[in-house]
Structure formats: structure tokens, C-alpha cells
Design a protein around this ligand. Structure first.
Ligand code: ADP
Length: 452
């Protein structure tokens, strides 16, 4: 500004001096001085206006390059603006990236997340929430949450505005079986905004139900022999019984005690299986020995159950080893042989066999010619306490846990339990072991040589 004033004063002085030089006697020089000053001011203003026009048209186009014909002071101003524009753009890009990262993190959450504004309209939701509530990203943004999720539980939850606890409801888009159940809870933040979290609790609810059923079943199983025992004790205490009667009652009491003992043993086996790490694949046991020892135990059981020994054939197609726990595999196979013995009449035979199938998998099979099982029971046979023939199971000391134990052991050995049965003809229970768990006897020798 000061420079401009100096230039204007200097310009006016030069023009007036020149005028007085050419017209020394003229008295109009003040007018000339005033006129030249005005003209110079006009000229500078016009120049400034042009510069401002350049600058404005540059500012209007955010990506245009800096205009070249700018006076230094305008150029400096433009450079400042340019730098601030760049800083602003960088800042915007950074906050965009941060927002994108934040939304990606919410998107990756295993829980459903819905952001709701102060008017209870949906601002954003992740994919999990879309699945839980059946939302569509394009259609449902900015809709009222309670208009879309028309569940009385949700309506009551929003109406009471007590968000200190979660509520349970059925997932909307669920076609799964069992029906998917979700838990939702609202968390307030900012000015009236809220964050709604939804969580799939189907598995937890199922586990709870299973635990309740399990406790009820165990109590029931234990209560029955306990009641019988209590009754006998009372009879022995109150009635004068002959020696023979006493022996009979004591035998019956002993049977009930054995029944409770078997139940506790099976429960402990299951709990050990659930609580211990999976057996390693480094311990090898001979299939032939395993089959023969279980068959021997089966014969002994047959003697106890039927007072005669059923025919139990052992057929080992190829001499192999299985990688796994000796105790567990023995328990699994004995449970299958024991069932075959208990559910097959005394005059029928039982087969215990081992073979390799076309995929190199080891197949351990127990085949009987017993009563068989109707197809509708097959899917539920491995459930705890599921029995087809309740009285036969109890009479022969069954706990209803045998096949549950077998299935558990099979899973721990990467094996599959397959059941085939024809009512009236008999059943075959197979344990199919993955090829990596099976070793041919030839390799057993090679492994022994390697160890040496
Ligand atoms: P349990 O101790 O009652 O035998 P399991 O879990 O071993 O319990 O078997 C479940 C049910 O499956 C049994 O109660 C029985 O009804 C049926 N079952 C098991 N094995 C056989 C079989 N070989 N033949 C016929 N029914 C069987």
C-alpha cells in the first residue's frame, strides 16, 4: 500500500514537473496534478481489478494451475491459498481414511452394529446386523429402526428406554435350524445417538438348554436306583425277612449300586474326554490286539448277560496300527461290542472286523444279528441318554451314554461313526479312521528300525 502511495505521489510529481517545464507560465498546474493523480489511481485500480479477476477465476476452479500473470503480492496471496487448499485436502483424505478404517473394523466385527441417530433412524449398519435383522443397505438406511424390526420385544425395549440390559429376539432373516436367536443392547452416545449391538446367542442358548437337560437326565437316572435302594433298605429295616429273602433283596440292592457305579463311571469318562487334549498321532496301537482283547471282554459280558457265550468272530483283513489313545480306543470298541452283546439274542453271532477301504481309511466294524434299530432313531442314537429300548438297556446295565462316548472318542481320533441297521435283522457300527491315523504292519517294523 505504502509503495503504491509513493508511486502515485512520484508519478503525480513527474507529470506536474513535466507540465511546468513545457508550460512554465500556466496556472493550471494544480488541475493537471489533481488529474494525473486521479488517472494514476484509476490505472492502479484497473490493474488490481484485473488481478483480482484472475485470482477469482482461479479460485473458482479447484484444480486449475496458478495463474502466471499475477503481481508479486497477489501471487503470494494465491500461494497461501494454494497451500491451505492442499493442507485441507490432505486433512480431508486423512479423516476419510480414518473413517473408512473405522467402518471396516466395525464391518469385521462378529457382532451386528447399527448406528442410530437422535430420531431413531438407521445411519449405518454392518453386514452381520444386515443378516440379523434382514436389512438391505440401499433400501433401509435412514429408516426408523422400530419400523423395520417389528418385534414386540424391541418395541417395548425402545418404549421403556431402559437400555441397561439386553433383550432376546428371533433373528429376522434366519432360515436356519434351530432358529437363530439374537441378543440386542443399545448404548447411548453423543447427543441422543445410539449404538445398537446384536449378538448371535443361538449356540449359548442351546448349550444352556443342553446343560439343563443333562442335569435333569442325570438326576433322573440316579434318582431311580436311589429310590429303589431306599425302598429295599426300609424293607430290610422294618420287616422280619428270612435268610433267603434277605439275600434276594441284597442282590437287588447290589444291582442298583452297580447301575449307579456304571453311570458315574460313564459320566467321568465323558467329562475326561471333554476336558483333556486330543490324543497325539504318535502313539500307535496294534489293531489285531485291540480287536481280540475287546472280543474276549465281550465273551465275558455275554456270559454275564445271557449265561452263555455268544459267538464273537474277529476278522482282521490287514495287519495295521492305529494312531491314538489305547484307553480311549479300547473304551470305544468295547462299548460297541458290549452293545452288540446286550442287544443280540444268545444264539446269534457277532462279528468284529478291521479292513482298509479304497481310500486307505481304516474301517473298524462291529456287526450283530440282533434286534436292529428303526431308521427314525438312528440320527439320535449318539445323544446322551437316548435309548431305543429303555427296558432292555436298563436290564443289561446300560447307561444311555455308551454311543455318546464312542462318538466323542471317534471325533478325537479324526474318525467317523457310521451306523447301519435293519430292524429284526441286525446292525453294523463302523468307526472309519482317516488314512493318516493308520499304519500298515510293514511300516511298523520300518519305524522300529528307524528308532534304533
Ligand atoms: P445304552 O447304555 O442304553 O446301551 P448306548 O448309548 O450305548 O446306551 O446306546 C443307545 C441306544 O441305542 C441303546 O439304548 C439301544 O436302544 C440302541 N442300541 C445301541 N446299540 C445297539 C445294537 N447293537 N442293537 C440294537 N440297538 C442298539
Amino acid at each position: 500500500m505504502l509503495v503504491r502511495i509513493i508511486w502515485q505521489v512520484l508519478g503525480t510529481w513527474i507529470v506536474t514537473t513535466c507540465y511546468l517545464y513545457f508550460f512554465p507560465s500556466s496556472t493550471l498546474w494544480p488541475l493537471v496534478a489533481l488529474g494525473s493523480c486521479w488517472l494514476l489511481t484509476l490505472l492502479t485500480h484497473t490493474a488490481d481489478a484485473r488481478q483480482i479477476e484472475h485470482l477469482l477465476s482461479w479460485l473458482r476452479q479447484p484444480d486449475a494451475p496458478l495463474p502466471k500473470r499475477l503481481a508479486p503480492q497477489w501471487m503470494e496471496l494465491a500461494s497461501h491459498v494454494l497451500r491451505q487448499r492442499r493442507d485441507h485436502r490432505d486433512l480431508l483424505a486423512q479423516s476419510d481414511k480414518r473413517l473408512a478404517d473405522f467402518l471396516a473394523a466395525l464391518q469385521a466385527s462378529p457382532n451386528g452394529v447399527v448406528l442410530i441417530d437422535a430420531d431413531e433412524r438407521i445411519e449405518w449398519f454392518n453386514q452381520t446386523a444386515a443378516e440379523h435383522f434382514g436389512f438391505d443397505a440401499r433400501r433401509d438406511a435412514q429408516q426408523h429402526f422400530t419400523n423395520l424390526v417389528r418385534d414386540p420385544v424391541v418395541a417395548a425395549y425402545f418404549a421403556t428406554r431402559d437400555f441397561s440390559h439386553s433383550v432376546l429376539l428371533a433373528a429376522r432373516s434366519s432360515t436356519r435350524s434351530p432358529a437363530q436367536r439374537i441378543s440386542i443392547q443399545l448404548h447411548m452416545y453423543g447427543q441422543g445417538r445410539s449404538l445398537l449391538l446384536s449378538r448371535d446367542v443361538t449356540a449359548i442358548e442351546q448349550a444352556d438348554a443342553m446343560r439343563r437337560d443333562f442335569v435333569a437326565n442325570v438326576s433322573h437316572e440316579i434318582r431311580t436306583p436311589l429310590t429303589v435302594l431306599g425302598g429295599f433298605v426300609e424293607t430290610l429295616q422294618t420287616l422280619k425277612l428270612s435268610g433267603a429273602e434277605q439275600t434276594r433283596y441284597l442282590d437287588l440292592m447290589s444291582q442298583q449300586a452297580v447301575r449307579m457305579q456304571s453311570l458315574v463311571d460313564d459320566l467321568l469318562t465323558l467329562s475326561k474326554l471333554e476336558g483333556s487334549p486330543r490324543p497325539s498321532g504318535h502313539e500307535w496301537l496294534k489293531v489285531d490286539a485291540l480287536l481280540r482283547s475287546c472280543a474276549d471282554e465281550g465273551r465275558a459280558l455275554s456270559q454275564m448277560v445271557w449265561s452263555s457265550t455268544q459267538q464273537i468272530h474277529v476278522d482282521v483283513d490287514s495287519d495295521c496300527d492305529i494312531a491314538g489313545s489305547d484307553t480311549e480306543l479300547h473304551s470305544a470298541l468295547f462299548n460297541l461290542v458290549g452293545n452288540a452283546v446286550r442287544y443280540t439274542p444268545a444264539d446269534k453271532s457277532i462279528g468284529v472286523s478291521w479292513s482298509l477301504n479304497a481310500h486307505g481309511q481304516g474301517v473298524l466294524a462291529v456287526t450283530d444279528q440282533g434286534m436292529g434299530i428303526a431308521p427314525e432313531h438312528l440320527p439320535r442314537l449318539t445323544e446322551r441318554f437316548y435309548r431305543v429300548d429303555r427296558s432292555r438297556s436298563r436290564e443289561t446295565g446300560g447307561t444311555g451314554l455308551g454311543l455318546a462316548i464312542v462318538k466323542h472318542i471317534a471325533q478325537r481320533h479324526d474318525a467317523e461313526l457310521q451306523i447301519e441297521s435293519t430292524p429284526g435283522k441286525g446292525s453294523t457300527f463302523r468307526l472309519v479312521f482317516g488314512a493318516h491315523r493308520v499304519r500298515a504292519a510293514v511300516n511298523r517294523l520300518a519305524a522300529l528300525v528307524d528308532q534304533d
